[in-house]
Design a protein around this ligand. Sequence first.
Ligand SMILES: [Zn+2]
Ligand SMILES: [Zn+2]
Length: 76
Amino acid sequence: MEEIKYQSVLTCPKCSKTQIEKFSDVDCCHLSFKCRSCGFVMEPKQDGTCALCNYGTVKCPATQKDGNGICKCCKK
Ligand SMILES: [Zn+2]
Ligand SMILES: [Zn+2]
């Protein structure tokens, strides 16, 4: 069984700066991350993909477990 990763490198879409963020299983798909460089807030998109899947090098825990790479953690 593959190990779930709880740390990701997020890339800001505005200024292209990267920052390391840690997260947990709990509510990870609802998290938003503020760029420490320009202040842009990386948050879940309306299509239901979370901030981690959109901006991070590592998918959210739910998507990692699912294994198909499609984020649907925020779709209920
Ligand atoms: Zn930025
Ligand atoms: Zn996700």
